[in-house]
Design a protein around this ligand. Structure first.
Ligand SMILES: [Zn+2]
Length: 286
């Protein structure tokens, strides 16, 4: 291997790893390199592995709509400080850097013409692994929550759903992060807009608004919902949930879903839906 070229793509080609790499295979190759066991364990923890049409890493599983290899965004400020690629930039819901507060931007890469999976490339190399990378795990945004959750650094209680302590293998079937983001997008779209009959257009602020309304747990969410319902009170006569919460009434997770047709709603979505129904029932006097 030519010592002057440190592009991972070329190095991979030398050792017969295809451009459209399989991350499990890649991990196996890397584990043969003379690096410490601690680094190997970290790589294994953070490397997304594709199984059963899902991506697994950091003890969580993500659907293909939630995690995308082809997503080419980064925080330029993060990269300027420490030239590492952060795996959570591949999560669709991850839009704002929790360290710098700036929106992620398209990667500037001279290999951008390549389709599909790509190799991150940085202008400079670091001589050794840097332990003090700023992650923004204490920032109070949904992205900060995601980083915190993936790191398993603390147990979070969100609407009674315990985030399991991670670190016990990357194929654990936990969907806590994905389920939370899904619920946050739904709640954010409801509470972040005025009541309307049709579904409001997608907005990047949905997940953040949802996070702020859900992070305090069930009691806090109920209080936020009540305030919203008060502000959006039906002036005429309300006789069904749709008159109170508009489009959202049609999207509440049902208790009697058909597993043949519908995807099983998460416990969190059922909790959120149940709470919205309860509040509608209270207002409607049922
Ligand atoms: Zn950043």
């Amino acid at each position: 291997m030519d010592e002057c070229d440190h592009r991972p793509r070329l190095y991979a080609k030398e050792i017969d790893i295809a451009q459209t790499f399989d991350s499990e295979e890649l991990l196996e190759h890397i584990s043969r390199l003379p690096i410490s066991e601690g680094d190997k364990a970290r790589l294994s923890y953070w490397t997304p592995i594709e199984r059963n049409r899902s991506f697994h890493f950091a003890g969580q599983s993500f659907r293909p709509s939630e995690f995308q290899w082809t997503r080419r965004v980064e925080c330029r400020e993060c990269v300027a400080e420490v030239p590492y690629h952060r795996v959570w930039w591949h999560l669709e819901c991850f839009r704002t850097c929790p360290v710098h507060g700036s929106p992620l931007e398209l990667v500037r890469n001279d290999e951008l013409s390549l389709v599909g999976r790509w190799w991150p490339r940085f202008e400079r190399a670091v001589p050794e692994r840097l332990p003090d990378v700023a992650l923004g795990e204490d920032s109070d945004t949904i992205e900060g929550w995601i980083v915190r959750s993936l790191m398993g650094s603390e147990r979070e209680v969100v609407l009674g759903c315990l985030l399991p302590r991670t670190g016990d293998g990357h194929l654990a079937p936990y969907r806590t992060v994905g389920n939370f983001v899904e619920a946050a997008e739904f709640v954010g779209r409801l509470l972040g807009n005025e009541r309307s009959i049709s579904v409001p257009p997608f907005s990047v602020k949905d997940s953040e608004v949802g996070y702020q309304n859900l992070k305090g747990g069930v009691g806090a969410f109920r209080a936020h919902l009540r305030k919203w319902m008060e502000r959006n009170r039906e002036r005429g006569f309300a006789w069904r949930p749709g008159d109170l919460v508009g489009w959202a009434a049609d999207y509440l997770a049902e208790g009697d879903f058909d597993p043949e047709i519908d995807e099983t709603p998460s416990a969190l979505m059922r909790q959120v839906s149940g709470l919205i129904r309860e509040e509608c029932g209270r207002v409607l006097g049922r």
